[in-house]
Write a protein that binds this ligand. Structure first.
Ligand SMILES: Cc1cc2nc3c(=O)[nH]c(=O)nc-3n(C[C@H](O)[C@H](O)[C@H](O)COP(=O)(O)OP(=O)(O)OC[C@H]3O[C@@H](n4cnc5c(N)ncnc54)[C@H](O)[C@@H]3O)c2cc1C
Length: 101
């Protein structure tokens, strides 16, 4: 992207590396954590560009769904159930920024 920086190739204190890929994400860029349509199946997905940071919390939340433990207030909103919450989905689709990293 910046050809002039090639002057620094081989002169940096450590190797140059470059990586990339596609984000798996929902339209609203919120993850999906919790039960799927088939009983006994669960998902932790659509973690977009924050999945490494969110991994422990996402795993803990999904484990609570699997174990049938008490769930935090936000659990339904981070699961497929949010698509049945019309006001929330309307608010999310109206946001100017989806917070994509
Ligand atoms: C370019 C880029 C930069 C990112 N930077 C950050 C960052 O700085 N901080 C951050 O928090 N997050 C970042 N993320 C997001 C983070 O990497 C992902 O959210 C996270 O890796 C998702 O974890 P996962 O386990 O759900 O899926 P993945 O890490 O994608 O793991 C899925 C695994 O399943 C395997 N698999 C797929 N299909 C099959 C099959 N049929 N059979 C067997 N195995 C299969 C794949 O090979 C893969 O190993 C970044 C993502 C990208 C693309």
């Amino acid at each position: 992207m910046n050809p002039a920086l090639k002057a620094y190739y081989g002169r940096l204190p450590r190797n140059i590396s470059h990586y990339g890929g596609f984000y798996t994400m929902t339209e609203e860029n919120w993850p999906l954590i919790g039960p799927m349509g088939v009983e006994g199946t669960f998902v932790v997905g659509a973690l977009s560009g924050f999945g490494t940071m969110a991994a422990c919390a996402a795993g803990k939340l999904c484990a609570a769904w699997v174990a049938g433990s008490d769930l935090p207030d936000y659990a339904a909103d981070l699961s497929l159930q949010r698509y049945e919450n019309g006001p929330l989905m309307t608010d999310l689709s109206a946001l100017q920024s989806k917070g994509v990293l």
